[in-house]
Design a protein around this ligand. Structure first.
Ligand SMILES: Nc1ncnc2c1ncn2[C@@H]1O[C@H](COP(=O)(O)OP(=O)(O)OP(=O)(O)O)[C@@H](O)[C@H]1O
Length: 370
């Protein structure tokens, strides 16, 4: 899959100038309020014609101002999912879903209704009208309707923003399945690191209309200073691991990767299941010798791979643990006291209880670029 964007556009005093390439299945557009996320979504969707530039999805050009190409909205084959589900109130779920298919020529329909209903777990809702659905159920139906139009790209603009935490938790696994099984690239707008860390294969950080960083989620979420200020404390490493053991007696799950074992509060996956965990940089302690007599259950050996001193009193230490990088945010004072330098063997210490629900999730199925 591929999404290629290189556009500029002015709206009043605001100038959006965005260029990035994403090979991933779910590209998160991430940034603070007013950074240009919705403007970019509107340009990708064809609601706004950019002053200059080009956008292509899987090699298909949606707009290329130099070449005089501007595909109108209805020819872009883009499925939208907004914050509010926007279902037709007078139609049942089944009718809402089928509505999505009307506008796609039969020869171009790839989405099968039974498969979509199964993917989103909405089979028991088919005869209900939207007013009898919970917020999370409505959003699942809205995703189904978008998917049944057999789109070539799905644009999700803060689809969870209107839901409470319990409803968010309910719907996230379905978006993960969509990402892994639907074989259609997704652009996902959010300003929550928790969501982005869970879902994104690739991340584009927008700041004041410009791309501050773009690349694989595991790399971009380590650039703490580029993350929106309010979310910086949530940034850190994303590690791909496998469920190795369930220690029911202690309500702990042991995860394994080349980085070593990590113990997290019990997570319901089966042994062998791939998971992705987020380790916040602020939850990691660096030790130059293996600590003993410590309550923290996770002591992971590694080597200092990078040292970046921030503008404040802190420093970000990248620790290579068996090929995956764990990031630690420590004070500049600790950096100097410990004399940390690239290549030095160290231990990353992480408390098990720092892995709250949502920091451990199903891993990516299939290849990164899918
Ligand atoms: N039609 C318009 N005319 C002039 N300025 C506009 C127009 N639409 C948006 N803007 C400005 O463009 C900037 C980017 O807005 P945009 O809605 O894209 O940001 P955003 O990142 O999606 O924000 P949020 O997270 O709050 O939705 C803002 O400063 C906004 O005021």
């Amino acid at each position: 899959m591929s999404l290629s964007v290189d556009i500029s556009h002015s709206q009043g005093a605001f100038r959006l100038q965005a260029a990035f390439e994403s090979p991933g299945r779910l590209t998160a557009l991430f940034g603070p309020s007013g950074s240009g996320k919705t403007s970019l979504v509107n340009i990708i969707g064809g609601l706004v014609k950019p002053e200059s530039g080009r956008i292509a999805v899987d090699g298909r050009v949606l707009v290329d101002r130099k070449a005089g190409i501007f595909l109108p909205r209805h020819k872009r084959r883009i499925g939208y999912v907004f914050q509010d589900a926007r279902l037709f109130p007078h139609l049942t779920v089944s009718q809402n879903l089928r509505y999505g298919r009307w506008f796609t020529p039969p020869s171009e329909r790839y989405a099968d209704i039974d498969a979509v209903v199964g993917l989103l777990g909405i089979g028991q809702l088919m005869e209900r009208r939207p007013n009898l659905l919970s917020g999370g159920e409505k959003q699942r139906v809205a995703i189904g309707r978008a998917l049944l139009a057999s789109p070539r790209l799905i644009l999700m603009d803060e689809p969870l923003a209107a839901l409470d935490d319990a409803r968010k938790a309910e719907i996230l696994p379905y978006i993960e399945r969509l990402r892994d099984e639907a074989k259609v690239p997704i652009v996902y707008v959010s300003h929550s690191i928790a969501e982005v860390a869970r879902l994104a294969t690739d991340v584009v950080i927008l700041s004041d209309g410009k791309v501050a960083a773009a690349g694989p989620a595991s790399e971009v979420l380590q650039k703490l200073d580029l993350l929106p200020a309010g979310e910086r404390g949530e940034g850190g490493a994303l590690l791909e691991m496998t469920v190795a053991e369930q220690d029911a007696g202690h309500a702990i799950t042991v995860l394994r990767s080349a980085a070593g074992d990590i113990r997290v509060p019990v997570f319901g996956g089966a042994v062998g299941q791939r998971v992705r965990i987020r380790i916040r940089a602020r939850d990691v302690i660096v030790a130059t010798q293996k600590p003993e007599g410590l309550s923290a259950l996770n002591i992971v050996a590694g080597t200092v791979a990078s040292v970046r001193e921030g503008e404040g009193a802190h420093a970000d230490i990248g620790i290579d643990c068996g090929g995956q990088t764990v990031l630690a945010r420590i004070t500049g004072l600790s950096l100097r006291t410990l004399g940390l330098r690239v290549g030095q063997p160290v231990y990353a210490v992480i408390k098990t209880v720092s892995f709250e629900p949502g920091t451990v999730a199903a891993g990516l199925n299939g290849e990164h670029s899918g």
